[in-house]
Design a protein around this ligand. Structure first.
Ligand SMILES: Cc1cc2nc3c(=O)[nH]c(=O)nc-3n(C[C@H](O)[C@H](O)[C@H](O)COP(=O)(O)OP(=O)(O)OC[C@H]3O[C@@H](n4cnc5c(N)ncnc54)[C@H](O)[C@@H]3O)c2cc1C
Length: 263
């Protein structure tokens, strides 16, 4: 079987994110990295392959993004993917969630995977929705926030984290599963794997290569428009209570908490 893992190139968390006021889009020209949530999806694919209960023939990392996204693919390969596919095309610029999901689904259609894995969220957009959009286009069942996967005959038995507890769901393949970050502890790539990653096949595709019509993606194919972007409100300075007399300090802290109905 073939597992495709969706991975995204995102701005490094340590770098201040910048918005291009002209396009209202994230300025992606700075330091980028593999979306940390996607390392859990790669690790989940590796554990299925190494577990031996499923015959996993290959793990393919798939991304949509500009030229720099190739580095995220290299990291994904260093973490265990056998090869990677990079969808990059000027017509994709300005794609919202629906257009991005459609574009990724078109790449996946050309790969015919038995299982699609992805992270729970991207570290920049944080929409948590790509899995559902992709599954809808592929007409595959979809599960989100999966924190445990076990092979159960011809199905995958998943534990899914919800607000009220856990769902246990048996899922028939092919399927799309987005994994929560509690599912595993991603491995570190070995030096050998990092060095070898550049030699693994990277297949670059244009929109036309996977049958994407330019009107379906980019700004033309997007159903949302960003109208305004604002900085978060400045945080108010905190109140410092000096501990000169401990009993008095405790009283002050309790009064402060009561005033805000926190106790
Ligand atoms: C009006 C508008 C214009 C936009 N223009 C651009 C633009 O020009 N360029 C741009 O890069 N973004 C653009 N975006 C953002 C883009 O739509 C989102 O990045 C995309 O929809 C994915 O959403 P998310 O990152 O929040 O994914 P989430 O749903 O939070 O991500 C879940 C998982 O989906 C997978 N995933 C998400 N995105 C990708 C990807 N690109 N490739 C592979 N796997 C992926 C990852 O596994 C990730 O963990 C725009 C958004 C809007 C609303």
């Amino acid at each position: 079987m073939k597992i495709c893992v969706l991975v995204k190139d995102v701005p490094d968390a340590a770098v201040q994110k910048r918005i291009d006021p002209g396009t209202m889009r994230l300025d992606r020209s700075g330091e980028n990295t593999l979306n940390p949530f996607d390392t859990h999806a790669i690790e989940a694919a590796m554990q299925l392959k190494e577990g031996g209960e499923l015959q996993v023939d290959e793990i393919v990392a798939v991304t949509m993004g500009t030229d720099t996204a190739a580095r995220a693919l290299q990291k994904a390969v260093a973490l265990g993917a056998d090869r990677s596919v990079h969808l990059s095309d000027a017509s994709l610029a300005g794609s919202d969630v629906c257009a991005t999901g459609l574009a990724l689904a078109k790449v996946l259609e050309s790969e015919s995977p038995d299982l699609v894995l992805l992270g729970q969220q991207s570290d920049d957009g944080e929409c948590y929705t790509i899995g559902a959009v992709v599954a809808d286009h592929l007409k595959m069942p979809s599960l989100t926030q999966v924190i445990d996967m076990k092979v159960d005959g011809d199905k995958i038995r998943c534990e899914r984290q919800a607000e009220y507890g856990y769902d246990t769901v048996a899922l028939a393949l092919p399927a799309v599963i987005s994994v929560g970050d509690a599912i595993n502890e991603p491995r570190y790539p070995s030096l050998k794997a990092i060095m070898g990653a550049k030699k693994k096949p990277l297949d670059s595709k244009s929109a036309g290569d996977v049958g994407i019509d330019a009107g379906q993606v980019g700004e033309a194919g997007s159903q949302t428009t960003v109208l305004a972007l604002n900085d978060p409100p400045q945080k108010e300075a905190g109140e410092i209570i000096e501990d000169e007399d401990t009993a008095e300090t405790v009283e002050k802290i309790v009064a402060w908490l009561e005033e805000r109905k926190l106790i």
